[in-house]
Design a protein around this ligand. Structure first.
Ligand code: NI
Length: 192
């Protein structure tokens, strides 16, 4: 197992459409996922998409800590989930704006509008289709991760560039933090 280098905004691998996983028994898949898990743990983030480690395939790993889901998801965290070829379906048209950071945009954070309620499906590492429903931060994290598979980084989703900047500066600016709900802890560690 090894910790992989994380690509940063501007690297072409982050700005292309990733290809679906077609062979769920590919012997290279399991070591890649193990390395992604180790890289995520090392980074302190909550999610990682394969393009972020220079592999343009539709693979995402993420988890939701219990204390991040308390508000919208009845306090239920999500265990580390490995998703191949994830797909999102929006439930309703409600959206919300909140802060996001990204391991590929280190040191920066910004306010991003996301759908509040989604259903999502994926193929697990055994090749079995799975699905879930998500709201709030959980829904936000899945949308952020799946964007990576389509060459989109969170700054490309930002409407208000006054709400985009260096995390340590923004975290010292309570007025700005509070302008966008501030349901994230804003400690700069919940990156994905
Ligand atoms: Ni990200």
């Amino acid at each position: 197992m090894s910790i992989l280098k994380i690509a940063r905004m501007g690297h072409p691998v982050l700005h292309q459409t990733a290809t679906p996983v077609t062979d769920y028994k590919d012997p290279e898949l399991s070591p890649l996922i193990e390395d992604m898990i180790q890289t995520l743990r090392d980074s302190g983030g909550i999610g990682l998409a394969a393009p972020q480690v220079h592999v343009p395939k539709r693979i995402v790993i993420f988890f939701i800590p219990e204390d991040r889901s308390a508000k919208e998801d009845a306090g239920i965290g999500v265990d580390l989930t490995v998703m191949l070829n994830p797909e999102i379906q929006y439930v309703g048209s409600e959206t919300n704006v909140d802060w996001e950071a990204c391991l590929s945009v280190p040191g920066l954070m910004g306010a991003v509008e996301r759908y509040s309620h989604i259903k999502y499906s994926w193929v697990d590492i055994r090749g079995v289709k799975q699905e879930r429903e998500a709201m709030g931060f959980h829904a936000r994290a899945v949308q952020h991760e799946c964007d990576h598979l389509d060459g989109k980084l969170c700054p490309m989703r930002m409407d208000d560039f006054e709400a985009f900047g260096f995390s340590d500066e923004i975290n010292g600016n309570a007025e700005l933090v509070n302008k966008y709900r501030g349901s994230l802890p804003n400690d700069g560690t919940l990156e994905s």
